[in-house]
Structures are given as structure tokens and as C-alpha cells.
Design a protein around this ligand. Structure first.
Ligand code: F6R
Length: 577
């Protein structure tokens, strides 16, 4: 995820900003930049690709002695990692600079509108904001930002500065974090607490669409209605390392909790409920290409492979195109049958997994159309494929994949809908209904994080901790989910676990089930509910401890099994399809 640091005060802004950006390095980035006003009317912007060290080295050679500035570490979302795409971005005069985290959903239409007036230099959605603010600028930066924000749809944490103005910087946010740190005769802005903990522990959290005018000795804060407001100051007691994890014990837990946000980001700019339409950029597949495809092959490893199985079910259900899922490490070492009518999709969070990279190269050499579903823009796999869909879930620092899995599922589903839409297999009413369902998913995930639900999950985990083996069961969409559950359990707890299609259990594995093998069955309301229910009865008959993931309100299961983890029902019937 990108990092933002802003400073106004009496110290050298470049030192404070660089120090802050270093504290955010752990979050991952591909380029960085800084703007400093060194004299009224004059600012300097330096941007570098790669490590912060490159920016630091460049700054050493420059005498940038201003006390007001903004900086950014970028994790590419629109446009490849390059100096031109790195932040800060300026308007045409070069006097207004902005840094931005998030995704501007309507940037294409704004860009079309503004490009007759202003020259665009980058591929980013952010540059649109710089031109839009200047389009509204008549000497009052706050007013210009306020007017520009009325036109912007999407998520943002935004910090704005103008060279003619050495008294303040402007900070605002919508669904992306941004905080203000309060000092003595100096103030700070940052996307995350660790960036400023060396200087202050007094923080103001901005609410969505608040606009803060940050002076060195005061903050003027306006809410989304434009009314002046005051906010409580929070004292941060965390250590820097706890702050990096957002107060969570470890990154994996933080990333699990990030899922409502990461799924929202995966959807951002791609769904229009009003039009009943899906938009996917950078696919580089024309309708003739899509019409020509008669087979799909998904290549991936580990968690991405399991996401691929869910993808197969989506694609076959919606498109009726035969879809295979292959381990990259198997595909690359055999002689796969692929031709130019095959669409090969590589799924990879990192975009660097060696087997998947080699497999996609092989698919290219066999004439397939290739596509990546990836998290890292500019990664090795993205450079091999014809087109890419980025999952936009932000860097995954925890070793075990979590939020990338659910964001990948979101993108696979969007792709299946998009493909069917372009082939005119589905109409806008159908798509509108699916978009409405998708938009609810983040809210439903949040319910799983409610205190009671977490208490229940912790209690079940404590019961499981002393077992040596576990079996995960599911059918249909919940079969790959069972595989993924088992992978997570063995990887994180070192308990041996296997995922199985529930219907296969009687063909062998049932021999292993007894009181020493707990069974985790995913038995949500679906077309295979009754089947899984009877599988649960079978394992119960062999004295296994039964844990079930069930649809909230399922009283039948509640009386049958030992423990239940409830999930919410998304739609009246079954699942997303
Ligand atoms: C499991 C996990 C791995 C990865 C696999 C593929 O928790 O993280 O199984 O999913 O190594 O990695 P990517 O998706 O980066 O290609």
C-alpha cells in the first residue's frame, strides 16, 4: 500500500518526510517522491523508481531547505512503476503538488474532460486530481480542493500543497486512512501512524470527506458539509513495531481484517450498478479474441491455485467454456495441449512465482492468449501476458496468503461477468443484481469480525490446538475453500490437515476418521447443503469432533454438530451465481 507523509513546521521538511517514508517501507512500494517548497512561489519535486535510498541519495546533492513538504511511496495501481507515474504529481504550472493513496473510479471520464485543457504526463488516476484542483483554483486552495472533491468518485487519502502558499497544506480522505500528528509549532500528516511516531504521539483521525487545513501551529478542520468541527486528540501508546501492524499481533491477522477494504479496492472503478456494467482495463483482448476462445486453462500455485478452482466454477457456470486448473509446476514440465483458441490465465499474488512464470512463458510459446490475475504491477508475470487484471489488495506482508485470496476470487468473478457481458450472454439487469451482491460482501465479512464471532472462533481454535490431524470438507464452491482452509491450518499451526470434496470421503479417507480427527465441514446454504449435511452425520457416527461453517440461523445444523461458525447469507438463494 502506498505511504504518505506531509510536514509543516520549523525543521527541515525533507529530513522528517524521508524518515517517515522509511518507517512505512515495510508496507512495500516500487517508487518514491518528495516535494519541498524552499521559497515562496518555488518548489522542487524529486521522484525515483526503486528503493528509498535512490531518493535519499538524490536529496543529498540538493540544497532543499524548506520547512514545508509532502512525500510518497507508491505501490503502482494505474500505470507501471516509473518516475513519471511516481508521486507527487503536479498541475501544469508545476506549483500545485499532490500525493494520493486510493483509486479514483471516474478518472477516465474526468481525464477525457480535462485533457483538452491540460497536458497529462502520467498514466495515473492521481494526476487527474491535480488538474481538477487547479481547474477550480482562484487563489484559495481549500476552496479549490473542496470543489474538486465534489467531482471525484472513489477512495483517496490526499495531501495537497501550493508553492504560493507557505502557511498550510491540505489533507483529506475517503475510505483510505490519513491521520494528523500534532507537534509544538509543527504538524504532520501521514497515511499511517509509524511514519510520525518519532515526533509525536498526539493524533487526530480524519473522518471520510473531512478536509483539514494544516498550519504549523493550528489545524482548521471541516466536515463533509463544510462546517468547521473539532475532533478529539488520541494518544498513541503503541511501540513502533506494534504500530506497523496497526495494533494487531502480526501482519497475517492485520491482513485478514483488511479484507472488507481490499475487496472494496478490487471492485473500485470496475462496477457500475447504475449502468449494470463491468469495466476491466488493460485486458488487451478484443471481442474477436473473446469470441474465439473455446477453452480456458488456469495456472497457479498454492493458495492462488485454490482460487483458480473457484474461478473454474465461475467461468464454467457463467460462460459455459470448459476450464481446467493446473499446477504451474506440473504444467511446465509436461507437454500441455494448448492452441491459439485457449485462454491461459496465470494467477499469482506476487507475480514472481518461478513455476507460474515459466508456465506462462510456455503457454505463450504454444500460441495461447495469456492473461494475469496479479497483485504486483510490473511484476515478472505481468510482463509476459497480453493483459492483466490487478487485484489491488495492497502488499501482502504476512507469509500466508489471506486477503489476496478473497481479492483474487472477486476479480475472477468480475472477469467471468465481463467476458459474458462482452459476448452478450447476460444483460444489464443480471449484472446489476450481481454488482449489488458483490458490494455487500465487505459488510458481511465485517460481521465475522464482531466480538462475539471472534470469541467463538478463538474458543474453537483452543479446542483444536491439541489435535494432530484435521479434515476439511466441502462441495462445489466450498470444495476449493476446504482445500484452502486445510492449507492455512497446516502452514500456520503445523497441524496436519487435508481438504477433501465431501463426496469423496467415503472412498477412502473415512477410514481415518475417529475421535482424534476433527472435521471442519463447510455447510452453508447451497445446492449441495443436504449432501454435506449427511456427510457430517457420517463423521459424527465415527465420533469425530464436528465444526461447521454454516449460514446464520441454521438451527438444524446447530443441534447436529459440536461447534458452529456462522457466516451471513448474501442473497435469498444460494450463492453469487
Ligand atoms: C499459502 C501461500 C502460497 C502462495 C503460493 C503462490 O498461504 O501463500 O501457497 O499462494 O506460493 O504464490 P503467488 O500467488 O505469489 O504466485
Amino acid at each position: 500500500m502506498c505511504g504518505i507523509v506531509g510536514y509543516i513546521g520549523y525543521q527541515l521538511a525533507k529530513d522528517i518526510i524521508l524518515d517517515g517514508l522509511k518507517k512505512l517501507e515495510y508496507r512495500g512500494y516500487d517508487s518514491s517522491g518528495i516535494s519541498i517548497i524552499f521559497e515562496k512561489g518555488k518548489l522542487e519535486t524529486i521522484r525515483k523508481v526503486g528503493k528509498l535510498k535512490n531518493l535519499e541519495n538524490e536529496l543529498k546533492n540538493l540544497n532543499l531547505n524548506g520547512n514545508i513538504g509532502i512525500g510518497h511511496t507508491r505501490w503502482a495501481t494505474h500505470g507501471k512503476p516509473s518516475e513519471i507515474n511516481a508521486h507527487p504529481h503536479t498541475d501544469e504550472s508545476g506549483k500545485l503538488v499532490i500525493v494520493h493513496n486510493g483509486i479514483i473510479e471516474n478518472y477516465m471520464s474526468l481525464k477525457n474532460e480535462l485533457k483538452s485543457k491540460y497536458e497529462f504526463k502520467s498514466d495515473t488516476d492521481t494526476e487527474v486530481i491535480a488538474h481538477l484542483i487547479m481547474d477550480n483554483y482562484k487563489g484559495d486552495l481549500y476552496q479549490a480542493v473542496k470543489l474538486a472533491l465534489r467531482r471525484i468518485e472513489g477512495t483517496y487519502a490526499l495531501v495537497v500543497m501550493h508553492a504560493d502558499n507557505t502557511d498550510y497544506i491540505i489533507a483529506t480522505k475517503n475510505s483510505s486512512p490519513l491521520i494528523i500528528g500534532l507537534g509544538e509549532n509543527e504538524n504532520f500528516v501521514a497515511s499511517d501512524i509509524p511514519a510520525i511516531l518519532n515526533h509525536t504521539r498526539d493524533i487526530i483521525y480524519l473522518d471520510d470527506q473531512d478536509i483539514a487545513i494544516v498550519y504549523k501551529d493550528k489545524i482548521d478542520l471541516f466536515n463533509k458539509e463544510g462546517n468547521k468541527v473539532s475532533k478529539n486528540i488520541s494518544k498513541i501508546s503503541w511501540s513502533i513495531s506494534a504500530a506497523e501492524k496497526g495494533g494487531f499481533e502480526h501482519f497475517m491477522l492485520k491482513e485478514i481484517y483488511e479484507q472488507p477494504f481490499s475487496i472494496t479496492q478490487s471492485l473500485a472503478g470496475r462496477v457500475s450498478e447504475v449502468e449494470g456494467k463491468i469495466y476491466i482495463e488493460d485486458l488487451n483482448l478484443k471481442i474477436e479474441d473473446l469470441n474465439n476462445i473455446n477453452r480456458i486453462v488456469i495456472l497457479a500455485c498454492g493458495t492462488s491455485y485454490y482460487a483458480g478452482i473457484v474461478g473454474k466454477y465461475y467461468l464454467e457456470n457463467i460462460l459455459k467454456i470448459p476450464t481446467d486448473v493446473d499446477y504451474s509446476s506440473e504444467f511446465r514440465y509436461r507437454n500441455p495441449v494448448i492452441d491459439n483458441k485457449t485462454l491461459v490465465i496465470a494467477i499469482s499474488q506476487s507475480g514472481e512465482t518461478a513455476d507460474t512464470l515459466a508456465a506462462i512463458k510456455l503457454a505463450n510459446s504454444l500460441g495461447a492468449k495469456t492473461l494475469g490475475i496479479l497483485n504486483v504491477i510490473g511484476s515478472a508475470i505481468s510482463r509476459e501476458t497480453i493483459g492483466n487484471i490487478y487485484i489491488h489488495c495492497g502488499p501482502e506482508i504476512g507469509v500466508a496468503s489471506t486477503k489476496a485470496f478473497t481479492s483474487t476470487l472477486t476479480c475472477l468473478y468480475l472477469f467471468a461477468l465481463y467476458f459474458a457481458q462482452e459476448k452478450k450472454m447476460i444483460n444489464s439487469d443480471y449484472i446489476r443484481e450481481k454488482i449489488s451482491n458483490l458490494k455487500h460482501v465487505p459488510k458481511l465479512i465485517e460481521k465475522i469480525f464482531s466480538p462475539n464471532s471472534i470469541k467463538n472462533i478463538k474458543n474453537i481454535s483452543n479446542k483444536l490446538a491439541n489435535f494432530k490431524d484435521c479434515l476439511y470438507l466441502g462441495r462445489n464452491y466450498n470444495y476449493p475453500i476446504a482445500l484452502e482452509g486445510a492449507l492455512k491450518l497446516k502452514e500456520i499451526s503445523y497441524i496436519h490437515a487435508e481438504g477433501y470434496p465431501a463426496g469423496e470421503m467415503k472412498h477412502g479417507p473415512i477410514a481415518l476418521i475417529d475421535k482424534n480427527t476433527p472435521v471442519i465441514a463447510i455447510c452453508t446454504e447451497s445446492s449441495t447443503y443436504d449432501k454435506v449435511f449427511s456427510n457430517i452425520k457420517e463423521v459424527k457416527a465415527r465420533d469425530a469432533l464436528t465444526i461447521t461453517i454454516a449460514t446464520e440461523g441454521d438451527l438444524n445444523l446447530a443441534t447436529e454438530v459440536d461447534y458452529i461458525i456462522n457466516v451471513q447469507k448474501l442473497v435469498k438463494r444460494f450463492h453469487l451465481l
